[in-house]
Design a protein. Structure first.
Length: 330
């Protein structure tokens, strides 16, 4: 069997998140041939954050000695805000080690190849348009629901960047002005309420207020309320726990409010949801859409399908490769 790296036109896609760096070798048809995953050190210096990225890419190249020779471009999905034209990461709430950090230039110097950087959700949305759940659908709204919430807007087959490249920060749309303060500094963003972190926080607060009501959640967390995660809530809800069901129902409502606003603003042809929380909520996409009737002026909202991302947890890897192949700035 020939080496995977004997194929031409291979790209490295890198997905930088608040807790991890994933990297993969991707071909021109969007197939992920190899992948790896490591820890993202985002609470230290900018150099330590950079070292996390280099470590992931080096680990990938170590899997096949031909990869480095065949790869001629690297695409990096990073949390925004950032400037996709210069490859500078500006001030992402979930990756505080990078402030005005020239990520594209630094990685390009290290590997002597072309490097493109874009918002993680922008790039993932582009990959879904090029090869995935939104293949050939010209107007796509993509959201990744995970540790945080990121969004990408594809209009007429191209990433919508806005005036300076900072558009599509949909995770920081306020839906409750009296809500908790988000990492971005605003109150009541959809991210602080319906991300994995937000779901877990709301569950911990409820359990702290009423330990008896939350005893099943506590039991699943080994008796430690601080150990409750969003997946703990999902497991408890599946087991019939009333508190967990209540927390998830509120999550569906938050997402319905948010997506109703998105439909009224953009009226995309398709809504694609990716990320760990989206996968957890996948059986309930229909319920979320049904709840949108109370939060959407557009009476044809039900004609817009809400579908899971084709790439799932690998959306960022595919997105990085999509940046290499497409020119999203045109």
């Amino acid at each position: 069997m020939p080496s995977k790296a004997t194929q031409s036109n291979l790209f490295v896609g890198v997905d930088v998140g608040g807790t991890k760096v994933a990297a993969g070798i991707v071909d021109a048809q969007g197939r992920i041939l190899e992948r790896t995953r490591g820890h993202m050190n985002c609470r230290s210096t900018d150099k330590e954050g950079m070292r996390s990225v280099i470590s992931a890419i080096d680990s990938l190249f170590a899997k096949d000695p031909l990869f480095r020779k065949q790869v001629h471009s690297i695409g990096i999905c990073a949390p925004g805000p950032l400037d996709p034209r210069t490859g500078v990461v500006i001030n992402p709430p979930n990756v505080p080690c990078w402030r005005d950090f020239p990520l594209a230039d630094e990685v390009s110097k290290h590997y002597s190849v072309s490097v493109k950087v874009d918002n993680d959700a922008n790039a993932a949305g582009l990959a879904e348009y090029m090869w995935g759940a939104g293949h050939s659908i010209r107007n796509v709204f993509f959201a990744t629901l995970g540790t945080g919430i990121g969004t990408g807007i594809i209009l007429d087959g191209k990433i919508f960047h806005g005036r300076t490249g900072s558009a599509a920060e949909g995770g920081h749309i306020t839906i409750d002005p009296n809500g908790p303060v988000c990492g971005c500094g605003k109150k009541g963003c959809i991210e602080v309420l319906a991300s994995g972190t937000g779901i877990a926080r709301r569950a911990r607060e409820k359990v702290t207020q009423s330990p008896q009501i939350g005893k099943q959640l506590l039991a699943l967390a080994g008796g430690d309320g601080s150990a409750i995660l969003s997946k703990t809530v999902a497991m408890a809800a599946e087991a019939g726990d009333a508190l967990a069901k209540e927390i998830l129902a509120q999550t569906y409502e938050y997402l319905a409010i948010w997506l109703g606003d998105i439909v009224d603003l953009l009226e995309p042809e398709i809504i694609i949801l990716g990320g760990g929380v989206a996968e957890m909520l996948r059986p309930h996409f229909g319920e979320i859409q049904e709840r949108m009737k109370n939060w959407c002026v557009n009476s044809r909202y039900q004609e817009i399908p809400i579908v899971p991302a084709h790439y799932g947890e690998n959306a960022g890897i595919a997105g990085g490769a999509a940046l290499c192949i497409s020119n999203p700035l045109l």
